[in-house]
Ligand binder design. Structure first.
Ligand code: EPU
Length: 438
């Protein structure tokens, strides 16, 4: 916003008047964590790809900006369909300022290595949910024959030729599995990844790459085989629905004692979430591509531990945490993936929650009502949790730092309004103005 030679800082907030049951049908968008690797892997295809069911979120916009700055031609064919023509891309260097704003940008290392045999990519950013090393990615690339160093905030990788190899990950890593799978697609010979992550977005990326001519089998199990190919071809591919977005709306329905049909989902992907909600007394009806959630009854306490897929997802920890505050009795929520996932607890306490964090477990004394308060979205999923808490609480909740939420939720405000939530996004010019430098 400009004011002559002065600027004004604007602040965006979400404002919710809560305690209104959600009712109706809500549509789920394409999966963020599938979209990011698929869009960035299109860089390696060296042809035109059309990707459908792309969510309108800021991490996608950033990914497309990165691809565009590397010479890809990007055309939005519809709101959710993008054409990426990577034939004229120039490889080897990615724009640092853009890359460091997003975790998923590390997939550029795999894509650039696969296509050009060299990569120079800024260390990734992303939500602060704990220590997030990329040592397993690096171990995988080295096994494929790449030389890797980390210098001045960049990962520098090069290989005369990538060769297939056996890689055993020391821990289950979604990003590591995806990154090595991308690079190995263009390696000479066969790569076997053991102790691979099994998340649905890994299967989705494998399906996309296979639709471009790759030869990947076993995605969705803990052993993935990739027979390297010389060339990939453009294809048209639709991204799977976002299981975490779906799970977030399921929790919102239960938290407001509402009744929602959550459309465009793959119920199998939601099993661990549905099972816990049912254990808490929420009624779930599974249809072919939707789930109905009815949260009329009293919520019961449960214990939950987050685990890699098909276990209960860490990306649902904060949202289910809110629900446990509303359940009768004491619940234990244990986080086994990240060491800083409980930041949202302090914000929930402002709303009256009674939670003690002991190491990796939150002990949640439920049963009380949450009360509206000004809170912050401290990261993407913590922000989603604040929205659920605001929808459940009586009174006016104001949420700041909503840019975190916009990284991963496609029009969350509009979608929740369409099912009866009193929620809006407001832009507030701050009292602070500053003189612009020339
Ligand atoms: N890890 C290592 N070394 C590595 C890689 C990971 O020690 O080289 C550790 C991590 O520190 C963590 C665990 O392994 O403790 C799992 O990390 P993983 O690699 O699976 O996570 P990620 O690839 O960094 C993706 C999603 C996250 C999601 C996790 C787990 C993207 C861009 N990010 O992160 O999504 O939480 O998988 O499912 O796909 C979110 O959407 O809110 C989000 C944070």
């Amino acid at each position: 916003m400009s004011d002559g030679g002065y600027g004004t800082i604007v602040m965006e907030k979400i404002i919710i008047n809560g305690a209104k049951p959600l009712r109706g049908t809500i549509e789920v968008s394409g999966a963020k964590n599938a979209a990011l690797p698929i869009l960035l892997a299109a860089l390696m295809v060296d042809d035109k790809c059309v990707i459908e069911n792309v969510p309108c979120i800021s991490d996608v916009t950033l990914s497309l900006e990165i691809l565009s700055s590397m010479g890809c031609r990007i055309r939005m064919l519809t709101k959710n369909t993008v054409e990426i023509d990577s034939r004229f891309a120039t490889g080897g260097v990615s724009p640092y300022d853009l890359v460091r704003r997003m975790r998923g940008s590390y997939y550029l290392i795999g894509a650039e290595l696969g296509r050009w045999g060299r990569a120079y990519v800024g260390l990734p950013g992303g939500c602060d949910i704990g220590i997030r090393p990329i040592d397993q990615h690096i171990k995988g690339f080295r096994a494929l024959g790449a030389e890797i160093s980390v210098e001045g905030g960049y990962v520098k990788a090069s290989a005369d030729e990538l060769s297939g190899a056996s890689i055993y990950f020391d821990n289950v890593t979604v990003g590591g599995t995806i990154n090595v799978m991308i690079a190995a697609t263009r390696a000479k010979g066969t790569t076997v990844i053991e102790n691979a992550a099994r998340e649905p977005h890994i299967v989705d990326l494998a399906n996309f790459l296979n639709s471009c001519g790759a030869k990947i089998t076993g995605a969705g199990t803990d052993v993935i085989k990739i027979k390297g190919v010389d060339k990939l071809y453009g294809s048209t591919y639709a991204i799977i629905p976002d299981m975490i977005e779906a799970g977030t709306y399921m929790c919102a329905a239960a938290a407001t004692r509402g009744r929602l049909r959550v459309n465009n989902v793959i119920p199998k992907h939601l099993e661990s979430i549905s099972a816990k909600l049912e254990e808490m007394g929420v009624e779930i009806i599974e249809n072919d591509d939707s789930v109905e959630v009815c949260g009329n009854g009293e919520l019961r306490r449960v214990n939950i531990k987050t685990l890699p897929y098909p276990g209960f997802p860490t990306d649902m920890n904060p949202q289910i945490g809110v629900l446990l505050c509303l359940a009768k009795g004491v619940s234990c929520l244990t986080e086994s993936i990240y060491d800083n996932r409980f930041k949202y607890v302090e914000e929930l306490k402002r709303m009256g929650a009674s939670i003690t964090v002991d190491g990796s477990t939150a002990i949640i004394e439920g049963g009380g009502m949450l009360s509206a308060a000004p809170v912050k979205a401290l990261d993407l999923r913590a922000g989603a949790a604040m929205i659920i808490a605001g929808l459940a609480a009586k009174g006016r909740t104001e949420i700041e730092d909503i840019h975190f939420i916009e990284r991963g939720y496609d029009d969350i405000v509009g979608k929740l309004r369409s099912v009866g939530a009193d929620i809006k996004k407001v832009i507030i010019p701050s009292a602070v103005s500053f003189e612009k430098a020339n």
